[in-house]
Design a protein around this ligand. Structure first.
Ligand SMILES: Cc1ncc(COP(=O)(O)OP(=O)(O)O)c(N)n1
Ligand code: 3NM
Length: 541
């Protein structure tokens, strides 16, 4: 009798032959994936009759066996038994775990799909070998019956499992762009995903070997980090390298022209749209809740600015945050005037409770206030702190609490991912004399974040099941892209320095126009950033 195989769950390929690129043959594609580092394969066939399914499973197993990779069969115990596959994967509506175990015996692997803590606990007590937790995000591969969990939902399931002896993979909407975020945010206190299960991003890849290498590298990076330290330690990367990344990414915004959906305040709509255009992205300033769902399907990033507090708009913003999260889009939140009035305190608390943000960016009063460090706002103007260590603690604690990147703008900008804090030192005092310069910084973060997640729609807006591709940027290997996105505020700060130096700038009015011009010029000639950028890491205890 065979023994249960040791399984490496790092990169779990779930097949879907209809997604293969033109000219790619399934078994050849599969072999490339195995060469690239797929560690587990699930044959998932929804429309194949039993005999051809068994034939295909046999051919698949011949290849997986050569690479010493276990083969799991989706749903069909009979097919698994016929080819002596290493295991079976079942969902909540399939044969029960106990029934499957009865049929295939103790030495085969059984995986179970789970979408909440109760399903996870039942699967664990029923003796599942691994859990497929999902869907993390919206996916066009399968019609989902339940709302996607988001990264926080996955993390909640992992945390509730304690030290249960079961392996876990996440599934649904996972691509190279969002894998770092998924792995980093779910690796907490020693608990982490053991791997990711991926369908379309691998099956539709024209370079499957390289794609799999990239995926596996990122997952291993986080699993190893988490194993060593409980929660992965993020290094202070060389600032020169970060500046070079900014320079490289600036032109990609114009090349890709991603949609950046803003729901922003009445005062800054026009300036925010123009700053978006100056960088080469495409602004849409829609506020109606009915627009929100359709836009989330095509959006590169969502910028939410709570400056104009109004119940309908607040509801639209909460919905927009949630919809964009289910599509895996970055959501940037600017809590304008968050602690200025009781109403704003209530509204900002609602946002933080109901939404999952990628980035929160505010001025000192807002961030200190949200972090409970006594920040105040006079109207929407900031009353901040001159104490760098207080500023740094505030961004770091808020980022840790909300599992996102937090930035505080001011004379010096402070940014944290919950561990590291970096200070950006560029900028000009005239920024404080025009309205909405902080909101413009939020827009800039949105444009950079969006440039790495650009969707080409195969069907019209509104067709959620439309065929779309995520064009993965050169930066997908950059494991802490979300953090460095925020450092892109430097671009706006440098634009402000260049604008203030111009002879035609006489004061705030001319400065405002010049700022947009200089942002536009930087987007065309980003090398200027190299000598101008000033940033430094803070060493905190
Ligand atoms: C690894 C992994 N996780 C989840 C699923 C989904 O399985 P199921 O709920 O049975 O849905 P179908 O795959 O049958 O559509 C999976 N297949 N693999
Ligand atoms: C097969 C499957 N099961 C899911 C679940 O939520 O249980 S999501 C899903 C499809 C995942 O495809 P892709 O990687 O292309 O998003």
């Amino acid at each position: 009798m065979s023994v249960k195989p040791q399984v490496d769950y790092t990169l779990y390929l779930v097949t879907e032959r209809s997604l293969l690129p033109n000219g790619h043959e399934f078994l050849t594609h599969l072999e490339s994936c195995l060469k690239g580092g797929v560690t587990l394969v699930q044959l998932r066939e929804k429309n194949l009759d039993t005999r051809p399914f068994i034939d295909l499973a046999r051919k698949t197993k011949e290849i997986t066996q050569r690479y010493n990779v276990p083969l799991i069969i989706n749903d069909r115990v009979d097919v698994a038994l016929a080819v002596d596959a290493e295991g079976v994967h079942v969902g909540q509506d399939d044969m029960t775990l106990a029934q499957v175990r009865n049929f295939i015996g103790p030495n085969k692997i059984i995986g179970v799909s789970v979408n909440n803590v109760k399903e996870a606990q039942d699967a664990i007590s029923g003796g599942a070998d691994y859990l497929g937790i999902g869907a993390v995000w919206f996916t066009s591969t399968k019609k989902l019956s339940k709302k996607p969990l988001g990264v926080d939902g996955v993390q909640a399931i992992l945390q509730a499992m304690g030290d249960a002896n079961v392996q876990t993979v996440a599934i649904g909407g996972i691509n190279q762009q969002n894998t770092p975020q998924l792995m980093a945010k779910t690796s907490v206190d020693g608990r982490h995903l053991d791997g990711i299960a991926v369908v379309s991003a691998i099956m539709s890849s024209t370079e499957p070997e390289q794609t799999c290498k990239d995926f596996a590298g990122v997952v291993r990076h986080y699993v190893n980090k988490c194993a060593k330290s409980g929660t992965p330690i993020q290094e202070q990367r060389d600032t020169k390298e970060m500046i070079e990344n900014i320079i490289k990414l600036v032109p990609t915004i114009r090349q890709k022209g991603p949609l950046v959906h803003h729901i922003t305040n009445n005062v800054v709509i026009n300036d925010n749209a123009n700053a978006t255009l100056a960088l080469g992205a495409s602004p849409i300033m829609a506020t109606h809740p009915e627009d929100v769902k359709d836009l989330a399907a095509v959006n590169g990033a969502m910028v939410l600015n709570m400056g104009t507090v109004d119940e309908t708009i607040t509801n639209a913003m909460v919905l927009a945050a949630q919809e964009n999260v289910t599509h895996g889009n970055p959501v940037i939140f600017d809590p304008v005037g968050a602690v200025a009035t009781n109403l704003r305190k209530k509204v900002s608390a609602r946002f933080l409770q109901e939404c999952e943000f990628t980035v929160i960016k505010g001025n000192a009063g807002e961030i200190l206030g949200l972090a409970g460090k006594g920040g105040k706002s006079r109207g929407v103007d900031s009353v901040g702190t001159d104490d760098e260590s207080i500023a740094a603690q505030a961004v770091r604690e808020l980022a840790k609490k909300h599992k996102c990147v937090v930035g505080m703008t001011g004379v010096i900008d402070y940014i944290s991912d919950g561990q590291r804090v970096i200070a950006l030192e560029n900028g000009h005092e005239l920024m404080a004399s025009i309205t909405g310069s902080g909101c413009m910084a939020t827009t800039v973060v949105g444009c950079f974040a969006a440039s790495k997640l650009f969707r080409k729609l195969g069907h019209s807006i509104g067709n959620h099941c439309g065929v779309w591709n995520v064009l993965i940027s050169d930066f997908c290997h950059n494991i802490d892209t979300v953090f460095t996105d925020h450092a892109f505020i430097t671009t706006l700060n440098i634009a402000s320095e260049l604008a203030a130096k111009r002879e035609d700038v006489q004061g705030p009015g001319t400065f405002r126009s010049a700022l947009i011009d200089e942002l536009y010029k930087l987007s065309k000639a980003p090398e200027t950033i190299r000598s101008a950028a000033r940033m430094r890491w803070l060493d905190l205890v």
